[in-house]
Structure formats: C-alpha cells, structure tokens
Write a protein that binds this ligand. Sequence first.
Ligand SMILES: NC(=O)c1ccc[n+]([C@@H]2O[C@H](COP(=O)([O-])OP(=O)(O)OC[C@H]3O[C@@H](n4cnc5c(N)ncnc54)[C@H](OP(=O)(O)O)[C@@H]3O)[C@@H](O)[C@H]2O)c1
Length: 346
Amino acid sequence: MRTIIVNHFGGPEALEQAELPTPEPGPTQVRVRITSIGLNHADLMGRAGRYKASTGEPPFVPGIESGGVIEAVGAGVDDSRIGERIILGPNVPRAIDGAHGGTYRTHLIAEASIALPAPDALPNEQLGAVWLAYLTAWGCLAWKDKLQAGQVVGIPAASSSVGLAAAQVVKALGGTAIGMTSSPAKADAIHALVTARFDHLVITHDRDADGNRVMRPWHRELKTITEGRGVDVFFDPVASGEYLSAEVRALARGGRIYTYGLLGEPGVVDLSPMIIKRVSLHGWVLDEIVSAGEEAWRPACEAILARFSDSTFKQHIARAYALGDVQQAHEDMQRGEHIGKLVLVP
Ligand SMILES: NC(=O)c1ccc[n+]([C@@H]2O[C@H](COP(=O)([O-])OP(=O)(O)OC[C@H]3O[C@@H](n4cnc5c(N)ncnc54)[C@H](OP(=O)(O)O)[C@@H]3O)[C@@H](O)[C@H]2O)c1
C-alpha cells in the first residue's frame, strides 16, 4: 500500500510518499481500500510539529478521517461486508495498524464495529470527509448546547467546511444561521453554493487604503439582523481577540460562545458585557463527544448519516487531490482561498 509519511516536522515538503506492506485484518477487523481522506487543519499543525499530542514524534502517517470500501475481513467478521462502502467512525485510534498512525494511505485496518455503513447519497470521494465537519458542529450545537428551535447562531469562517456544515445543522435544528465571512468575494461564492444554508451572511473585513485587512464593526450588523436582541450562540473557530470582543457585544442575554479553533491571533478580549448579559464562554473539541463513549457518539453519527440519506445535509467538496499531490493540497489549505472541504482521493 502507499502512504504519506512525515519523517521530520516541517512544511508541505515534509510529506513524503512511501510503500509499506498491505496489512491483513485481525479476527474482528476489516481492511478498507480508502477512497476519501478529509484534510484538516490538525493535519497541517501535526506536520509542522504543533500538535504532538496527536502525532507523537516522527515518523508518522498524518490524517484523522477517512472512508472507503471494505476489501477483506477477519475470521470473525461477516464476509458479506466485503464490498460495503463505509465511513470510519470518529473514534479511529491514532495508531491504526501499529506504529504508523493516521489515515493518509491507500489501505487501512480498522475494527469492524467502527466501519459505519455509508448512505447511498454520499459518493466515494466524500466518505472520508464527514465527521470533522458535521460531528464537530452537531456535537457542539445539538448534543452539548441543546440548541432550541428559533435560536440564532453566529458562524464565523462561514466558508470553512465546519462553518458550512454548522449552518446545515442549525437549520436542521430549527434555528437561524448567520454566517460571517472575510470578504465580499467569499460572500458571493458562498451565496452561489447550493449547499450553503445561511439565512444571512455578514462580511467581517474591509481593505484600507494600503490594502491591509481591517475588521468592520460587524457586531452592529448582527444586532440589526436580530432586531436588537442579539445572537444566542457563536460557534467560532477564529477566536482572535477582536472576534471574541465583537461576539461578546453581539450576544443576547444568556448567550453562549463556543470556540473550537485557533485560526486567529490571540489578543485582548473585552469581557465586560458578559456580566450584565450573563453570557458564557466554552471551549469545544470533537473529542468531547467521542470520549463520552459510544452511547454519545453513535446516535449523533446516525442522526448525521440519516440527514445525508434524506439530503438534508450535503457536503461541498472544494477540490479532490490524488494522494501524490498531498503537498499541493496542504499548500492550498494553508492559503485558505477554498470554500468547503479539501479531500485526498487515493
Ligand atoms: N475543535 C474541534 O474538534 C475541531 C474539529 C474540526 C475543525 N476544527 C478547527 O476548525 C477550524 C476550521 O477548520 P476547517 O477544516 O473547516 O477549515 P477550512 O475549511 O480550511 O476554513 C478556513 C477558513 O477560516 C476562515 N478564517 C477566518 N479567520 C482566519 C484566519 N485568521 N486564518 C485562516 N482562516 C481564517 C476563512 O474563512 P472566511 O474567509 O469565510 O472567514 C478560511 O477560509 C480549524 O481551526 C480547525 O482546526 C476544530
């Protein structure tokens, strides 16, 4: 099988191709021919040595999500599963088949119990691109926050794969989704997407006379859209000082902010409006629902897959790359001009 290995931390050039023996499944396992590997910022951080809790020291295979087709089963697994299209559960162990770690590979071994049947509506190239977007959003908004119908959710990084998924989740829960995106060009591109479900889009930045990005007072626009009431929940991967300050100002009484990424620069946050409005600030990580156990993550995954089956949820793949083009894929993800999900298609 072919894999991508990081032998030393670094830039995209640290992603090297390698051949390894194709592994055989143990009694309770399946071997999956991977058709889709979702790219994530965590992969970029891991490659650069900024996420050692996930990767450990080199050498390691990057990647945290994937799916494909079962091509071999262990002695204790029903062989009618051969040929089944599956999505690997969100609890894929980091050392999938020994010391080499993640999902950037053509084949992998997994426990049969976490090879979840894929809905017909999901094409093969999307099988590895579901959980990091949809379970991150569903887990936070439906499972943790228990968002109520009629509530308003602010979604910074609207063009991101998680942001697009979050809007679909909010609409499925009966809420109002307000996306925030960095430029008019991105807003136009989002509007043109049939998979984008935002009720409103707000532009967060302008260019000054020298061409520098400057933040607009977008919290005022949110107040206007909500007729002065404010936003109930922010689901925010930027978490810069200026974003958090604006969000605290735009929150409704009793509102919540969930930060789940660190795309922005840390900075000073004016928390003074929190007291009078009794609002709260939480960190969110997908691992929270995964480590809460199978009784937490499995029903959430099933709820998500049911919504793919009836086309309530639809993924937008910005671009698919061959495994050998992984360096280009990481460069593109770093540049951040894409809208939606980037995938490797081995
Ligand atoms: N906590 C968790 O469990 C979890 C799970 C999955 C992902 N994440 C995190 O979620 C974030 C989004 O992931 P993704 O895969 O959806 O990303 P992505 O598709 O690559 O989206 C990145 C987008 O974020 C926006 N953005 C705003 N400020 C930015 C900044 N300072 N630098 C770069 N981008 C900025 C931009 O969108 P606009 O132009 O529209 O503003 C950009 O296109 C990442 O930080 C990732 O690590 C966390």
